[in-house]
Design a protein around this ligand. Structure first.
Ligand SMILES: C[S@@+](CC[C@H](N)C(=O)[O-])C[C@H]1O[C@@H](n2cnc3c(N)ncnc32)[C@H](O)[C@@H]1O
Length: 347
């Protein structure tokens, strides 16, 4: 819909929670939360006409808030492509309406969470500079893991930044400032350059508020000097599903105890096991946690004339990843430990 004077409320969210999916509509990419099929959606390269349609350098701002800062940047720097990443839809509405009213073609908005967007949709070496202005500090000890600027995120960013790319952090929060520097240093991938905040980084809603209250504002540039050895693939590799066949009497398998197994990039938890009413099947609840994809899957064990099969259930449409395949093999191993005889494992 074209509005001559767009108001924030004119932007309607394009899907209900139950229908959530990655979607590009208007100048917005909607990245759903609690969603497990990012690997099935291809976000175009930034040069694609749907996004910017040119090869200008890309500057990205995480935690854009109401967008005042980035809209001003996009207006005053038409030679740069700007991306605003904001997880709160009410604020996304404000950014989008401002960008629309200024007729900005060099600003694209991501309605979604920073880590999820970066991990699944940002290509390697594609961003020249990142800004984080006044991020939520999450000061309580029990909330520290909600902070955006942690070593895992710095490592991921080192693969997405261009050669010599930088992240500029400006914050009023002394403790988070120290925390972010410590996390970046721990990666060994960045040079840290501390200095007074450039005046234009203070021109945000929160920047103005803290300045007015006389709060000291800190600034540091993290300059990427090398890349993390882990390639942080945008998609988890989808592999052929495994199954296993065993021989013996499923009725002899009576006990079950939760098991936790380390795997490459995460772990598999065999959480619980239930027997069907006809007693011919076992159903195991399993958690597969790998990279940043966590899946709860069901693995079925069923008796057939040609043996006892261990297979992944299609319930919940799991992505068949290396971890999922490993989980099937771990269930077969557990059954073998219970006295059944393994005939074959495929995968
Ligand atoms: C304190 S406000 C600062 C907003 C703006 N940068 C400013 O200075 O006025 C922090 C913003 O970050 C957003 N945010 C927090 N965590 C985020 C995440 N992981 N991904 C995307 N946005 C996030 C919040 O919704 C909020 O709008």
């Amino acid at each position: 819909m074209i509005f001559s004077d767009m108001k924030p409320k004119d932007l309607k969210h394009p899907f209900l929670w139950e229908e959530r999916r990655p979607l590009i509509e208007g100048r917005v990419f909607y990245v759903p939360d609690y969603y497990q099929e990012h690997h099935l959606f291809t976000f175009p390269i930034f040069e694609d006409p749907q996004i910017f349609g040119n090869t200008l350098p890309v500057h990205l701002e995480y935690c854009s808030g109401n967008g005042t800062w980035i809209v001003e940047k996009a207006l005053s720097h038409p030679d740069t492509n700007w991306i605003a990443v904001e997880r709160d839809f009410e604020r996304v509405r404000k950014i989008v309406s401002k960008a629309h009213n200024e007729n900005l073609s060099n600003l694209f908005v991501i309605s979604g969470e920073a880590f999820t967007f970066t991990k699944h949709y940002v290509r390697d070496h594609s961003v020249e500079r990142i800004y984080v202005n006044f991020p939520d500090p999450w000061p309580k000890e029990k909330h520290l893991d909600r902070r955006l600027l942690q070593s895992g995120f710095f490592r991921l960013l080192s693969t997405r930044l261009d050669e010599g790319g930088e992240l500029w952090l400006t914050t009023d929060h002394e403790e988070y400032f120290g925390f972010a520097m410590q996390e970046a240093r721990a990666t060994g991938l960045y040079e840290l350059i501390e200095g007074p905040p450039p005046p234009d980084t203070l021109d945000t809603k929160y920047g103005q508020r803290w300045q007015a209250e006389g709060i000291r504002i800190n600034h540091v540039v993290f300059r990427m000097k090398s890349r993390d050895a882990n390639p942080h693939p945008r998609r988890l590799e989808v592999v052929e599903v495994a199954h296993a066949r065993l021989d013996g009497d499923l009725g002899t398998v009576t006990g079950f105890e939760k098991q936790v197994h380390e795997i490459e990039n995460g772990h598999v938890v065999l959480l619980d096991c239930a027997r069907s009413l006809d007693r011919e099947r076992l159903r195991l609840e399993v958690i597969v946690d790998e990279a940043d994809l966590r899946q709860e899957i069901l693995i079925e064990v069923r008796e057939t004339p040609s043996g006892i099969y261990v297979e992944l259930s299609s319930f919940g449409r799991p992505a068949v990843t290396r971890g999922v395949r490993r989980a099937v093999v771990l269930v077969a191993d557990w059954l073998a430990g219970c006295g059944l005889r393994k005939i074959e494992t495929v995968g």
